[in-house]
Design a protein around this ligand. Structure first.
Ligand code: FAD
Ligand code: NAP
Length: 339
């Protein structure tokens, strides 16, 4: 067996919250054979298997009684090139932002708005990662996953992934499919998405009036570096709550009592409320109890000042949910995956 198993391993370096819990067993998979070895090892011992990438969208609330398999597969290749349109395939363990930079360096546009999102390529479809008006569903060309129930490989089309707002078939059926590689349809022509005000504003501050995809990537990276805490410095998992989508009638009613309410009308007539605004208005911005807190600049982000446990962070999140429900009658849904 080429898979290297570690017994009773600390997961602190492998989750961006920096929560100090342990895994019963830990291993890294560098190729498909090692993934299969891990599945077989677990099946023979009736041991659960938890797959992780960068650990930037998980909240670990206790020691993990499983084999934690970290995807460390590498490889990026162009598999179709018809001039304007190219399809690029990347292995699950590739670091997402490094992959985005690689595509831009080849002159392929499409992923620039998703710059500087932590984590791996393989986890990106899990919650259909999105930022600044683009989600991976917009450039998705397919993926190959291993069905953990049957051991068979399966290719997924866009429709089969059932992508939604921070959602997918993979999130709806946790632990069923292990994503091995993902394909993206990118373009040599630049069709930029500049709907989000801060991006346009940053480009104009820089005197850039006809931006390239790389300009957009750089502008977004600079905004993100200023606004978001770096997990290497301050533990966090990005936005802890999804933006709630409510009926237009409910949004109108809330606007009567809260005239500054921030909401964005959706194509289906509903309204997406800015969860960060609700949390900040309720007074949680900068709140800290022991080492668990709400970031002082970004109220959607819960932070670990050092020694917070997963349960302390979860308890803080639940208190925020209860408070927002009481004040606004709005249900906030947690975004990270809880273990
Ligand atoms: P992990 O946290 O390791 O795993 C997440 C989930 O996916 C787990 O349930 C895990 O079991 C599963 N999983 C991981 N790999 C695989 C695989 N190969 N096959 C099957 N299941 C798998 N998200 C956004 O959408 N937009 C943002 O703008 C954004 N900004 C962020 C900013 C910061 C500072 C941080 C810390 C997080 C941010 N996130 C954002 C959340 C996070 O970066 C993404 O969800 C990312 O895709 C998680 O990747 P990961 O490899 O770290 O996944
Ligand atoms: P922001 O610009 O302060 O805006 C607040 C919220 O309003 C965002 O969450 C965004 O929703 C929404 N919004 C802003 N402009 C919009 C527009 N023109 N049309 C529709 N919705 C709009 O947000 P931010 O917190 O700095 O984040 C910037 C982007 O990065 C957002 O897209 C956000 O989702 C993403 N991000 C995600 C995470 C994560 O962990 N999931 C962490 C950091 C940043 P959306 O969230 O739906 O885009």
């Amino acid at each position: 067996m080429s898979l290297q198993l570690q017994v009773d391993a600390s997961l602190k370096p492998f989750n961006s919250f920096g929560v100090d819990v342990r895994a019963r067993l830990f291993a890294e998979a560098h190729n498909d054979d090692e993934v299969r070895e891990a599945l077989q090892y677990c099946a023979e011992r009736e041991l659960p298997l938890l797959v992780i990438g960068g650990g930037s969208n998980v909240l670990l609330t206790q020691d993990v009684q499983a084999l934690v398999l970290r995807m460390a597969t590498r490889g990026i290749r162009v598999i179709e090139d018809s001039g304007q349109r190219v399809v690029v395939e990347a292995e699950a363990g590739e670091v997402w932002h490094a992959f985005v930079l690689w595509t831009l360096a080849q002159g392929f546009a499409g992923l620039e708005n998703l710059s500087l999102i932590p984590g791996t390529v393989g986890a990106a479809p899990m919650q259909n990662i999105g930022a600044y008006g683009v989600e991976i569903k917009d450039v998705f060309a397919g993926l190959t996953a291993l069905d953990r129930q049957t051991g068979q490989l399966r290719d997924f089309t866009l429709e089969e992934c059932n992508f939604g707002y921070r959602d997918s078939v993979f999130k709806q059926h946790p632990g069923r499919w292990l994503i091995l590689r993902v394909r993206f349809a990118l373009s040599r022509a630049t069709r930029l998405h500049l709907e989000y005000g801060p991006v346009r504003q940053r480009l104009s501050e820089q005197g850039i009036h006809q931006p390239t995809a790389t300009d957009v990537s750089r502008a977004i990276s600079s905004i993100r570096s200023e606004k978001l805490p770096d997990p290497a410095v301050l533990g966090n998992a990005g936005s802890f709550f999804k933006n709630p989508v409510v009926s237009s009638a409910m949004a109108a009613e809330l606007k009567l009592t809260h005239p500054n309410l921030v909401g964005y009308p959706q194509a289906d007539g509903q309204v997406k409320l800015a969860a960060g605004w609700l949390i900040e208005t309720a007074g949680w911005k900068g709140f800290r109890e022991d080492d668990a807190g709400v970031h002082r600049l970004q109220s959607l982000v819960l932070v670990n000042y050092g020694a917070a446990t997963g349960l302390q962070l979860l308890s803080l999140a639940q208190r925020i949910q209860e408070d927002i429900a009481r004040r606004f009658n709005v249900k906030l849904e947690m975004e990270p995956n809880l273990y």
